[in-house]
Design a protein around this ligand. Structure first.
Ligand code: FAD
Length: 419
């Protein structure tokens, strides 16, 4: 269910939020728009959490997200904030590493597999079904490993063997069985077509990078933010916890042990995001958004973004690539990956690197998270004035958090009957 966990009492207009990462800021913004008086306590000395842009000579380094993928709610938010989106360059190639070479996905024999198996009946969609299990009869083991896993890893940093089908493809709704993969594809297309047409679509950033979005939200909320907050946590009436799940679990340990126990089940991956400034372009990535890399290819990173191609206006003078790795990437790992992509590259071609490491980067969208969140909803819908939010609740991306925060602020009480 794509809803913030818990409720707040709309008859009391005072709301205390813990955490000023994107979830806390965006929820604070929408609650304030609905007339609530909010106070956001942030433990660190800055807002935005993982959304951070560093300015370096000639370009920007995104330490966390590099783009916002738009939906109608995002576009309306940007209008309200008077922010001009900077759309990603169009028609860039999206590549996948195959046998050591970046290739377009449809050169991978996918079309023939689809043609052959599209009439087959997919597995029953049960609570336990993984993405890999769903697609295996259609694409076979090898294509799931080489195509589906890298594509989803680009967003969830987790292989399709672990990703929980219903969490990732929530467009299927309550449907448990499709008569064929063709039927499933038609359903997904119908869902896509039902979305409002946007005048700007796809991924966007901003002049100055993603930090611009954070700065604008912080400006709107400037009288409501308490940075470096040392206030000991007290469960006030109308409290919303917008930290990672482990922190939320420890904050609630004594006051709401049942919620705390479920929160502690949610697991996270670590991630590195390394931006490398080079003196020459990687030829195989020319006019490409980037390349996704399946596991067990010898690469240490699972995705490489071509920053200058995606947002040329934000990266005028230098050529930069961002490598995303599942572990802490060392200089040796980075050089090794770049050399595999571009054997002519010399150490001197590297101008400099900016290395960001997140120990608890992303929640794993597996069955364990799904069951924990389901249980959290069941427990918390009996609560009147406590809510929990973050990227482990209603989607990992900023876009999903915008939609969830907006609808919660409008109606923080009603739970759909499905729970
Ligand atoms: C490398 C990387 C790339 C990504 N790329 C994209 C992308 O391109 N597009 C996209 O949409 N998403 C992307 N994401 C995902 C997105 O950035 C995150 O899901 C999102 O920023 C998480 O926001 P959050 O508020 O849930 O958590 P956080 O950003 O972790 O914020 C939590 C906040 O709570 C604070 N806090 C912790 N404990 C306390 C306490 N006790 N009291 C008060 N405050 C506390 C923390 O200091 C922090 O500020 C990416 C993530 C990473 C790591």
């Amino acid at each position: 269910m794509k809803r913030i966990i818990g409720k707040i009492d709309p008859s009391d207009k005072n709301v205390t939020i813990y955490g000023a990462g994107f979830s806390g800021l965006i929820l604070g913004y929408y609650l304030k728009s609905e007339g609530y008086k909010i106070t956001i306590h942030e433990r660190s000395n800055k807002v935005g959490g993982m959304v951070q842009t560093k300015k370096v000579a000639g370009g920007y380094v995104e330490k966390g997200p590099n783009a916002l993928f738009l939906n109608a709610d995002c576009l309306e938010l940007l209008r309200e904030l008077k922010l001009e989106p900077l759309p990603a360059a169009k028609k860039l190639k999206r590549l996948i590493m195959v046998n050591g070479k970046p290739k377009r996905p449809f050169q991978m024999g996918l079309i023939s597999k689809l043609g052959l198996n599209v009439h087959k009946k997919p597995p029953l969609i049960t609570d336990g079904l993984t993405v890999a299990e769903f697609f295996r009869p259609l694409l076979g083991d090898e294509k799931v490993h080489r195509f589906v896993s890298p594509v989803l890893s680009g967003v969830y940093a987790t292989s399709s063997e672990h990703l929980h089908f219903r969490s990732i493809f929530d467009q299927v709704g309550k449907k448990a069985q499709f008569v064929s993969y063709f039927d499933f594809i038609k359903h997904m297309i119908r869902h896509q077509k039902a979305q409002p047409k946007l005048e700007v679509s796809g991924s966007v950033s901003f002049e100055g990078g993603m930090q611009t979005l954070i700065n604008r939200l912080a400006e709107v909320l400037k009288h409501d933010l308490k940075l470096n907050s040392k206030e000991p946590f007290k469960l006030k009436h109308n409290a919303v916890i917008c930290t990672d799940a482990m922190t939320a679990s420890s904050l609630l340990e004594t006051v709401k042990p049942e919620l705390s126990k479920e929160l502690s089940r949610i697991r996270y991956t670590e991630l590195s995001s390394v931006t490398v400034f080079l003196k020459r372009e990687i030829r195989s990535l020319t006019r490409a958004f980037g390349v996704l890399i399946p596991l067990e290819t010898g690469f240490k990173s699972f995705g490489i973004l071509n920053n200058k191609a995606i947002f040329p206006a934000n990266n005028e003078n230098l050529i930069s690539y961002t490598l995303i790795g599942r572990k802490k990437l060392t200089d040796k790992d980075i050089l090794g990956d770049l050399r595999q992509l571009f054997p002519e590259m010399e150490e001197e071609d590297v101008d400099h690197t900016e290395n960001s490491y997140w120990e608890k980067a992303l929640p794993i969208y597996d069955l364990q998270r799904y069951l924990a969140v389901k249980k959290l909803h069941q427990i918390a819908q009996k609560e009147q004035s406590v809510a929990i939010f973050g990227n482990y609740v209603a989607g990992i991306s900023l876009r999903e958090m915008i939609t969830a925060a907006k609808s919660f602020a409008k109606d923080p009480v009603t739970y759909p009957e499905t729970t």
